[in-house]
Each structure stands twice: as C-alpha cells, then as structure tokens.
Write a protein that binds this ligand. Sequence first.
Ligand code: PFF
Length: 445
Amino acid sequence: MEPTTRGTWGSKLGFILAATGSAIGLGNIWRYPYVTGQNGGAAFVLMYLACVLAIGIPVLIAELSMGRHTTLNPVGAFKKLSRSRSWPVVGYLGVATGVFILSFYAVIAGWTIAFIFRTLLHSTTSFSDFLADPYSQLFYFAVFLGLTLFVVLGGVEKGIERWSKILMPMLLVILLGLIAFALTLPGASVGVQFYLNPDFSKITGSTILAALGQAFFSLSLGMGTMITYGSYLSKKDNVVTSAVAVGFSDTLIAVLAGLVIFPALFSAGLEPSQGPGLVFNVLPTIFEQMPAGTFVGVLFFVLLAIAALTSTVSLLEVPVAFLVDQKGWSRAKAVWIISALVFVVGIPSALSLGASAGLTSFEIFGQTGFLNMMNFLFGDVSLPLGGFFFSIFVGWVWTTRKASEELSLGAESSSKFLLAIWGVLLRFVCPVVILVVLGQKLFGF
Ligand code: PFF
C-alpha cells in the first residue's frame, strides 16, 4: 500500500538500501578502479577519500534535506524553495544529466550481462572484438535499458526497494572472497603497493578533478538523485545518519573492489592506466585461475548487473519524477518516453568502442571517443557543477539554518555540533573547492 500517490519508502532500512543501491554500482567496481589506475594509484585514493568526506557527504545531506523538505523532484524542489527563475535551471541540468549519464552507463551495464554468458560459456571471442561488434553492443544496451524500464514502471516501493534488499550483503561477501584469493596470486604485492602506498608527486590538477568527479559519481550526487530519493523519506527518519551510512558503505565497496583488481592486475602483467576496459580485462584472469572460477565468475557478474540496475533505476527515476510531478504525466508514459530518448542518445556511445572508427577515435577535451567524452562531461564536469550550485543554494539561499530545522526532524539526539560542522563544510569548503578544481581544469586558473 502506498500512502500517497507519489509513494514513500516502506521503511527506513528500505530507503537506506535503495539510496545505497543507487550509490553502489558500476561507479565502484568499473569506474573507480580504472580512474585510480589512470591517476597513479594510492595518492589518488587519498584524494578521493578526502573528497567523499569533506564534500560528498555534506552535499549528500544537503540534497536529502531539500528532497525531504519539499517532497519533490529537483526542478520542483528549487521552485518551491526560491522565487527566482534561475535556480530551477540547476534542476533542469540535473534532469538532463540523468538522461545523458544513463545513456552511456547502460552501455557498460550491458557488458555485465554479456559477461555472465561469456563466463558461463567460456567464450573465446576477445573483449575487443566484442566491443567492436555493433550488434552486441546495441543488443546488451537495449536489454539493460529494458530491465531498468521494467523496474521503474513498478514504482518506488514495489520496484526499487525490493530489488535493493538482498544485493548489498551478497556483493560484500563475494568481494571479500575475491580479495582473499587475489592476494595469493603471484606478484600481488606490487599491486597492493600501487594501490596503498602513495606517491604524492603523481597528484596534479587533473587528479583532483578526477577524484572529485568520482566522489560525485559514486555517491550519485550533483544531479538531484538524492533530492528525488530524499523526497520519498519520512519525517521520522534521521537524514544525517542515513547519509553517513550510505557514504560509508559506498566507499567501502569501492575500496574493496580496488583490493581485488590491483593485485590481480599486476599479477597478470596488465597496464593500470588502460581506461574503461580495465576491470573487464582483469576479472576474467582471476576467474580463470580460481577454483570453481566459472561459478564465482557468473555469480559475480550477476551481482554486478544487479548493482548496476539499482543505479540505472535511480538515474531514470530523476527525469521520470520530474515529468510526473511537474508535467502531470503518468508514470508509464514518462518511463517509456525517457527510455526511448536514452536509447537514441546512447547509440553513439555504444558504437564508440570500436564499432565506428570515427566515434571511437575522435579527440575532444583530452578524451578519446564518444563514450569517454560523455563520461567526462557529465560525470566529471556536470555533477560537480551541480554540486556547486546545490551547496550554494542550500548553504546561502535556503540557508543552513532552515535546512538544519529540517534535518533535526527525526534526529532529535543528533548534536548541534555536527550540524555546525556540516554548515561550514557546505557553505565554504564545498563551493570553494569545487570552483577552484573545475576552474583549474576547464579554464586553467
Ligand atoms: N552512483 C552510481 C554508481 O556509482 O555506479 C552511478 C550514478 C547513479 C551516478 C545515479 C549518478 C546518479 F545520479
């Protein structure tokens, strides 16, 4: 039974699981390891952790408080909290970013399904041949988008929440098992060194932007996903502790994924900076050497597919909630139309991994190929930019004082001191750091 037509979470745990489900996904297991590999390893990991703590978690709390206070999607939330015509533009940017991120994310998510079959059938087609085959790419992309559509049609409680409940503990257990195995591989210690022993000379402006972008991407921040999910939260729930729980579990899964990938990668003599194909090249080398490797491999890719699904669902939910709340569309109509749009927008990404020479090799913004460009523009730039505006808006326009009133509902015991630290981080640290990092990267100052 849904208490209102918009729906709310069935329980507090349901919300935490769904928000964690949104946060944990390919960002942790596909994107984090390859971005770490491209940015020199351990020093990047430290920057990443600092970004999560000082920027990610404060913005997460800000988004959730806006969502719960207004019970609306990002565009509606800005409209309700400010009379200015400009602020809702940030909400529109978030809705559009959802469509664009989903358009390439679902392509990669499609690979996880393909890898279930490749592992099961011991496929001999090389990964690069698979990537270069336009039919496979489009097929698995469409399958994944179809699954997402199916879950989102079901609505908040029946669809999203139910799927999130079993997954996280299983993913954690299988990761721990894989770490134990990866650490026994010959040469694994070189990988551990790379991953955990920082070399600060490797930190540059791009490293910091990559860490910031990764923190936003991984925590599903900067486009209003957490405004939307927060809008389904009840006033009895403690937003601050929920945000900390989500941030902690998301970071834990990413850090553990690195402990699987880097030992195995160095053991197999592969290149850490190879980019988006990284984990899909490394993981099969683990499963090949492992006892019961086929079984473990299939299970792993099934879990990864579900983790990706709970994230694609949240990406689709943002534009859908916008159309339902603001334009009065039915849920079904919004889901079908946005999914069709995402498919069209995603075609060039799907073909940019070898299928189309032009889309694969063109260079722009220091990125090679269409998918990498989208990943950079919407992951590394648009999300931190959105986060910048969210922090200014909640910190200075809606004000942390009013937001704190909202936050103290359901959190009677939470100390004033913690909220004060949150206020300082949100008002000063977040906007300044994001502006400097983005400006440095984009305009060179
Ligand atoms: N956080 C997801 C992941 O790490 O895979 C990706 C994501 C979901 C990004 C939702 C942004 C978002 F709004």
